[in-house]
Design a protein around this ligand. Structure first.
Ligand SMILES: [Zn+2]
Length: 678
């Protein structure tokens, strides 16, 4: 009983203890632990959520802390049991909750996802009346909560299983007619009997893997940390060494310790706006085969290091973002393996502040050389369509997962002529802001430039979908911490993670290579089935319903300045038409270079790292679009291409589209048009 005073206190609905505070007595003990403890918001001591005036201000939480402090190396599970007040209106049922509660940003915790599977399995066959069991994160259940003991055990001490049980006390239900007692009985025995058995069995079964898992999370270097054999919990013993310098009663704040050893990501409660501020970008230029192998290992073994781009050839950089607690060991690794690299410190500090754009837009109208919100983009294309009805038709394709209307911009001087179509989409990857910017610039030039009407629009129609993944796009604009989000924002049906890599979700040779099957993978999760995402379904439908007329498909991405063609799913062979694909790409690259831009590196998409389920393979393989490309725009700025450079770069890239148009017209328009235009 962690809160005996509170239980003895004669007040209904009392959550806190009763220690004297300024206005009202009591601290919410499960908000008083030093993990993202809430010091930014002033919550009155009269609130049932009052977190105390400092972490561990209370004797009760100190007592629990002491247990962790002395016994953490032996603790494999911490279970925090709560009851849930019954109220028919807010009834949520039973729950097993796991970290984290202090941030929406969840890492992939395989053991909890597996555990959820076990619990689901255990209760599947039980016959209940109105009960439901949720297995999810603290955040999903409560929203942001700060200073919770379950987060403390997990984040600070690395306790492998840290869980909150929320039990529904049906026995307290009044007037719950005849089967009240039966319900209470079922709750305790049928549900919790099963859950507890499943949880304990799973913990027991995985205990032999736990040591391995703990080790894999270590910041380690063989010469620096010589771990003794038979020491069950090596990481934890390192913490103890630091703690031992101080007196037991008044030891260094755990936040401080964990900052030193890097267990904890310096994310404050609910505010995590600076995640990347102290990250370091490494651009590694591999020069030999073995280095590629090491880079590959890096990606798979460690999910705190983010690989932004992979090399497509020798001396083409692999770009890696390294968190501050990994910096030293990563640099050592780089030196040991003779990596040729350069680096950029405090990476996140160069990120755009997303709040600027809307304000400026109000003052100056839509500037094509800026990054805009999805709403502003929609407004822009609607305004363009209403000003130029003779040229632009908008087709509503449907809604994104979160309900954003997606509109295809169709530009044609003669929509009924049956012209070949160039279909351009952009922004399937949320963070690649320059891609939607380019798509909008394309619309802008095609419509506003009188020369373009004579050239690019002659005998060719253009379909442009400027933001394929609007939910993800808006998410990257919501804070600097979310700036590097790539996937969609759909909720996984099988885990608590969000998003699918749209460009691994297309249904041609789906998931045969280069994808993750883990919904929590931040980069390349292929979805639980092809076209699981409404966004990719919409692009598919555009392709299939216009398959006879689309002669060129270009998917705009960032970054690396590559122009790649099918196949993406394999490096084993090329399509038999590859020479045509290759030669058109080189003409486009030449045109961009002639305009002062960087030439593209031209190759097949899968040559260096095969990845299946891309839109370019689907267009080429399933919709039989004869020319299909993925265009990776810009190089040298990763995903944060500076807004100030759009003005010079977008027009250079436009010249590539001009070259595309002229080739497509020459090959596919009828002869009369071909003779007129050149
Ligand atoms: Zn991309």
């Amino acid at each position: 009983m962690a809160n005996p005073d509170g239980i003895a206190y004669p007040r209904a609905f009392w959550n806190k203890n009763v220690s004297p505070q300024k206005a009202c007595p009591g601290v919410a003990l499960d908000r008083n632990f030093d993990v993202a403890w809430n010091f930014t918001k002033l919550i009155s001591s009269c609130s049932q959520h009052y977190p105390g005036f400092m972490p561990f201000s209370e004797r009760e939480t100190q007592a629990i802390r002491r247990i962790f402090h002395y016994h953490h190396h032996k603790i494999i599970a911490y279970i925090n049991v709560h009851g849930n007040g019954f109220d028919e209106k807010t009834f949520k049922g039973e729950a097993v909750l796991y970290p984290k509660g202090y941030t929406e940003f969840q890492e992939d915790d395989d053991q909890y996802i597996d555990l959820k599977g076990e619990i689901d399995e255990a209760i599947r066959n039980a016959s209940f009346r109105l009960m439901a069991v949720t297995v999810d994160t603290l955040y999903s259940w409560y929203g942001i909560i700060c200073g919770a003991s379950v987060d403390y055990a997990s984040t600070v001490f690395g306790v492998p299983f840290s869980l909150e049980f929320v039990m529904q006390p049906y026995s307290a239900v009044f007037n719950y007619n005849a089967y009240q007692n039966e319900v209470a009985y079922d709750s305790l025995n049928a549900i919790w009997g099963r859950i507890i058995r499943a949880v304990f069995q799973y913990i027991w079964d995985s205990s032999r893997y736990i040591e391995k898992r703990r080790l894999s999370k270590l910041i380690r270097h063989p010469r620096k940390f010589q771990f003794r054999k038979h020491n069950r919990s090596k990481k934890i013993s390192y913490i103890s060494a630091i703690v031992g310098n101080k007196s037991d009663q008044d030891y260094m704040s755990v936040t401080e310790i964990s900052r030193i050893i890097g267990l904890w990501t310096q994310v404050g409660c609910g505010e995590s706006n600076d995640k990347y501020d102290n990250y370091t970008l490494f651009r590694i230029y591999p020069t030999e085969e073995s280095q590629f192998e090491i880079i590959k290992l890096l990606q798979t073994s460690n999910n705190s290091i983010e690989v932004l781009k992979k090399s497509r050839g020798y001396n083409d950089s692999t770009d890696v973002l390294v968190p501050p607690d990994r910096l030293q060991s990563f640099e050592e690794l780089a030196k040991e393996n003779n990596f040729n690299y350069d680096l950029k410190n405090q990476y996140g500090r160069s990120f755009e502040s997303p709040e600027r754009a809307p304000r400026r837009r109000v003052l100056r109208g839509f500037n094509i050389y800026e990054y805009h919100s999805f709403a502003a983009i929609q407004e822009y294309i609607e305004t363009m369509a209403s000003k130029h009805p003779e040229l632009i038709k908008l087709q509503t394709l449907g809604s994104s997962y979160q309900g954003r209307k997606m509109k295809l911009v169709k530009i044609s001087q003669n929509p009924h002529a049956g012209n070949p179509i160039i279909f351009v989409d952009a922004g399937i990857h949320a963070r690649e802001w320059v891609a939607p910017a380019m798509a909008l610039y394309l619309i802008h030039r095609l419509v506003m430039d009188p020369e373009a009407r004579k050239r690019e629009l002659r005998g060719v129609d253009w379909y442009v979908l400027p933001v394929v993944n609007p939910d993800g796009y808006e998410f990257t604009r919501s804070s600097k911490t979310n700036r590097l989000w790539r996937k969609t924002r759909s909720k996984s049906p099988v885990s608590n993670c969000y998003g699918v890599d749209g460009n691994r979700n297309y249904g041609y040779q789906w998931a045969v290579s280069g994808v993750s099957k883990n919904p929590c993978d931040m980069e390349t999760y292929a979805g639980h089935k092809p076209f699981s995402e409404p966004e990719t379904q919409m692009v598919r439908d555009v392709m299939l319903s216009n398959a006879d007329r689309i002669k060129l498909y270009v998917s705009l991405h960032a970054y690396g300045q590559y122009l790649v063609y099918p196949w993406g799913y394999t490096a084993e062979f090329l399509p038999k038409q590859w020479r045509k694909l290759d030669s058109l790409a080189r003409k486009v690259s030449q045109a961009v270079q002639s305009a002062g831009g960087q030439p593209f590196k031209v190759m097949s998409a899968g040559q260096w790292y095969p990845a299946a389920g891309g839109s370019d393979d689907f267009a080429f393989g399933a919709a039989h679009v004869p020319y299909s490309y993925t265009m990776e725009l810009t190089d040298g700025y990763e995903f944060v291409f500076p807004e100030s450079r759009l003005r010079s770069t977008l027009p250079q890239l436009y010249e590539g589209f001009r070259a595309f148009a002229s080739e497509i017209r020459n090959e596919f328009s009828n002869k009369r048009l071909r003779d007129h235009a050149s």
